[in-house]
Design a protein. Sequence first.
Lengths: 201, 233
Amino acid sequence: MRRVTPRGRFLLATLAGLVLAGLVHIGVVLLIPRLSETDALSRARTGESLDHAMPVYTLVTGDGPAPPEAWLPIPDPAVAVGICAYDLADGPMRVSARTGPLMLSLAVHGRRGAFYAVTDQAAVRGALDLVVLTRAQYDEALANADENDVSRDVRIVAPDLRGYVVVRVIAALPSQRPAANTAVQAVSCTVDLPAEDKAGG
Amino acid sequence: MRAADMAAPVRAESHAGAGAGVPTAAARVAGAVREAVRRASTVSLVLYALALGAGLGLATADYATRGGYPFGGVAVGAWTAWPRTGSVGADPYARAVNARRGEIPLAIGEGMLLTAAQDDEGRMLDATCTYAIAGITPPARAWTVTVAGRGPRDPDRTIVREGYTSTETLRERDGRFVITLSPEVQAGNWLPMPRASGPVRLALRLYDTPVAASAGTLDRTAVPAITRTGCAA
């Protein structure tokens, strides 16, 4: 090998360091969502046992200041937000919402971001039923489906096992804020067990 | 941080050897560095490269994912639209920012976020000035305009109002609106400044809007104009 001057060796080391810095940078940025303990998914999983949406941002009503569970960085002061964590290993997740006078939207987030969103305008007879399932559970539901029975469920195949459903209710006027908070709490999130599925038709 | 730790002993060691007789401090440091480079063993060079890589990589990753989204925005007049920060197609930086802040971004079918930190002439929004946010918004079932400062809120300041919704806003006969963002009480739609001084930001959230899928086609007449009408200073 040819002899390298000390300066050349130093430049080579610097160059190697810069290349390494690029690799570290890319690796860290890609790992942050997986390792973070303050992201929405990790926080949502703490309230997993609830059968209704966990309030994330409750609107300020006349009674008091912003509640302590508000952890959204720049929340919209007119929108109440609730969250339901799901783990499809336990079974499909059913999210049921009744539409009211207030505008409501549901968004299903996986590990990589939101893959489905629907607003109350898609509701059938005042009810919005989402079932989040894996590909295998979807095939099973199709195979078990009764052809004469029309299902009103919206079935969504999730890319990951874990994720969360976000409920947003917009209070257009300050007087609607208590109703918006109630509407978020009224959304139910339950694990759709196969036995119940057959019994319910 | 680690890079600095590694560099320090090397420099200190060479200071002893090359210190005497050099007139200025800058020349002495340069001489010391040259001396260190010449004497450096392979092991110390490898350590230097590792430290440089780790330090620089971590620092730049932290910088890029701290605060707002580094890129992916679509400039529309004074506003920046963020159509993809919540979708599966979000770039890794947007995902990292969301994860670090615990943000729940709006999905494409749900709505779209637009932010503004400058007025139409490119000056930073300042809490001591008065601004008119006037015009129309892109089609949406509902929208809200919110003002926020950076950092935590001042606990002593009573919050009169943080934003307007599309239903609350008083409008002209042709459907246009003017929201006055000012530290002083104003007639019409008055949005108080959230803090006494410093920069502020505006957020325009469009809910249930068709434009989220085609944010690139918006032009500046479709979003409200932000005009500075006066400053207290």
